[in-house]
Every structure is written in structure tokens, then in C-alpha cells.
Design a protein around this ligand. Structure first.
Ligand SMILES: [Cu+2]
Length: 365
């Protein structure tokens, strides 16, 4: 080995040691190995140009409960936007509804692109109803678990009309622990108000009286299990889109690695993770305890469907090893959708990735 490459390695080891200092205590306790940072070949930034729509539709959230939504590309949650740090996004959005809307790209700095921030009357205009359009252009200058949402009459449009979707920016320099992840799941938490379900333009603040709650647009038991196998390293990306959650997972500790897309200085083990309105938390879980395990919000009101329990923000992790055929298992006959938590979509490369499973029923106009 010559001196130059040795010096390079020493330098790299120094960087690795810095990361390891941050992570080692928790990672060691947790059974992960903190490897030295690897050099990552720089990738040329790409430009992702795509079209989006806002459509009037009916979303079935729970048995007996449908609501009017303004759905990005006809689906709730809106389609996954998945890019890499440093890529460029050019999204042309056409508004096919009777309301006015924007897209705010929550978390982006919008350096030199402030007019694409989506705050109406402040840095741009809302997109006109009945076919108006706007193009948002910006560089993905933030990384991690971001999201997008409308910024018009937020208590209605974001609060109870489903105007939100995930925006994942892969970091150029992922932490060693991120490279261990074998399964990615995105969970977007929201509330609904059946009193205003049929009236897009109800006058009262509709987010003040929520009586249904959902993960990715469906209340328990109409949502889906997360299927894993022993040895999986599961990342849950938690999005408090329109309700705050105290997310609890049975049988495991979760390592909180990122808040709002950014690595936390001291990753922390927790069995309950609070995510305030608008925030995101990434947690990584070592799947080492085969069984069937609930995960749920610990705000008790959120565990009901208009008062009926169990319901709302509740789900189940199913280990393959234990199967699902106990006759008393309440989800034994569930039809399984492997993309309900965007797991398959996250493997499909970059750009705008739609999910047919989240399509709402188009409204007749
Ligand atoms: Cu809107």
C-alpha cells in the first residue's frame, strides 16, 4: 500500500470513527455493527419531470365511512415522490377540482426557488379551479423523509381532504445503520370528520372534531399487516400528516435515527415515539422476536372508528415464521397487499411512483 492510499484510509477511518462515536453505544447495545464510512461514488444529479393532478374523489376509510377528498393523482395518500439528494424536480400540477390548491414541499429549503414553496399569496398563487396548472421547480436540497401537502385552507384540505403524500430524498451519505435496512415502510397518520364528509366547503373548522383515524388512508381493521421475517431490519418512516401520534410497537425497541429527515445526534431506543403534527420520525427495528405484534398510537381516542374499538391507528406486524393460521387470529383471512406501506414502490427507482391500491373512487361531476 502506498503512502497516499494509506493516508486516504486514515482520513476515512477518522470520518468513520466520528460516526461510530455517535452511534456505537446504541448500535452495540442493539446488535448492529458500526462499520467505517464507505466512499460513495458521486452520482450525477437527475431531473425528474412529471405531471400531477388534483382530483375530486370519494375515499373509503372504514366500513360505513366514505368521505370527499381532493386527491393528488386520484389517490390518498398521494403518490410517492422518490429522488436523490441533489436531484431536480419539475412537477406540473393540474387542478381538476372546484377548489383552489397548491403543493407545499414540506422541509425543502427552496434555495433560489422560493416561488415554488407553495404558500399562496406569499410566494405564489394558488392553482385555479377547473383546470388551472402550475409548475414547481426546485432542487432536492434536503434529505430523508419529507412530505408534500396543499397549503390552502389547511384545516380542511390537509386536515380532512387527504391532500398529502410522501417525498423521500435518498441521502448522498447514508449512515452505516441505514445500509442495514432490508425493508422500508411508510406510515402516514391522519384523522377524518364524518360530519363534513359530503361537503367540500363546510364552513366550520373541520379538523376540530375528528372521529375516524387512518394509516395510509385506512382505519384498522381495513388497513394491512407489515410482514417480516426474523433477521429483517425494518425501517418505519412515521408521518404525522394530520394527527399527532404516540407510536408504540409491542415486543421490540425502536431506534430513532432521524427526525424530519435529519440524523439525530444520539440515536435513541424507545418503545413509544411521539411525532408532533407535521413531523416525521424514522425508526429502525431489528426483527428478532418472532410472533404477531400490534403497533398503534397511544392516544386512546385515535384507536376507534367513530367510537367503535378496536379501530383507527392500529396495525399488526406478522412474522412469516409464526404464520397466520391460528383460527382465532382476527386477520387470519386478510387479503395481503405488499405495497400498502410503499415497500414495493420504494424499490422501483426514482421519480413519481403511483400506487393503484390507494386510488379513490372518482367523483361524478
Ligand atoms: Cu388544497
Amino acid at each position: 500500500m502506498n503512502d497516499i492510499s494509506r493516508r486516504g484510509l486514515v482520513k476515512l477511518a477518522g470520518i468513520g470513527a466520528a460516526v461510530a462515536t455517535q452511534l456505537s453505544a446504541t448500535e452495540t447495545a442493539y446488535g448492529f455493527t458500526a462499520g467505517a464510512s464507505e466512499t460513495i461514488a458521486p452520482v450525477a444529479p437527475q431531473t425528474h419531470k412529471f405531471n400531477m393532478t388534483v382530483e375530486e374523489a370519494r375515499l373509503s376509510v372504514s366500513r360505513g365511512f366514505e368521505t370527499n377528498v381532493w386527491a393528488y393523482n386520484g389517490q390518498v395518500p398521494g403518490p410517492l415522490i422518490h429522488v436523490r439528494e441533489g436531484d431536480f424536480v419539475e412537477a406540473t400540477v393540474t387542478n381538476k377540482t372546484k377548489g383552489v390548491h397548491t403543493i407545499h414541499w414540506h422541509g425543502m429549503w427552496q434555495t433560489n426557488s422560493w416561488r415554488s414553496d407553495g404558500a399562496p399569496g406569499i410566494n405564489g398563487l394558488a392553482i385555479e379551479s377547473g383546470g388551472g396548472s402550475n409548475t414547481y421547480s426546485f432542487k432536492a436540497d434536503r434529505k430523508g423523509s419529507l412530505w408534500y401537502h396543499c397549503h390552502v385552507e389547511v384545516p380542511n384540505h390537509v386536515g380532512v381532504r387527504g391532500m398529502w403524500g410522501p417525498l423521500i430524498v435518498d441521502p448522498a451519505d447514508p449512515l452505516p445503520i441505514e445500509k442495514e435496512v432490508t425493508k422500508d415502510c411508510l406510515l402516514m397518520f391522519s384523522g377524518w370528520n364524518s360530519d363534513v364528509a359530503d361537503d367540500y366547503f363546510a364552513q366550520e373548522d373541520p379538523s376540530g372534531h375528528l372521529n375516524y383515524f387512518s394509516i395510509n388512508g385506512k382505519s384498522f381493521p381495513y388497513n394491512q399487516p407489515i410482514r417480516v421475517k426474523e433477521g429483517d431490519v425494518l425501517r418505519l418512516r412515521l408521518f404525522a400528516a394530520s394527527v399527532a401520534v404516540s407510536f408504540h410497537l409491542h415486543g421490540h425497541d425502536m431506534l430513532v435515527t432521524h427526525r424530519d429527515g435529519m440524523p439525530v445526534p444520539y440515536p435513541q431506543l424507545a418503545d413509544t415515539v411521539h411525532v408532533a403534527m407535521g413531523q416525521r420520525a424514522d425508526v429502525i427495528v431489528h426483527m428478532n422476536n418472532p410472533g404477531r405484534w400490534p403497533f398503534h398510537d397511544h392516544a386512546d381516542h385515535h384507536l376507534s372508528n367513530n367510537g367503535d374499538t378496536p379501530g383507527g391507528l392500529f396495525g399488526i406486524i406478522e412474522y412469516e415464521e409464526v404464520g397466520i393460521d391460528d383460527p382465532w387470529y382476527l386477520w387470519a383471512h386478510k387479503k395481503y397487499d405488499p405495497d400498502f406501506y410503499f415497500t414495493e414502490s420504494m424499490k422501483k427507482g426514482y421519480g413519481l411512483i403511483t400506487q393503484s391500491g390507494f386510488k379513490a373512487t372518482p367523483s361524478k361531476s
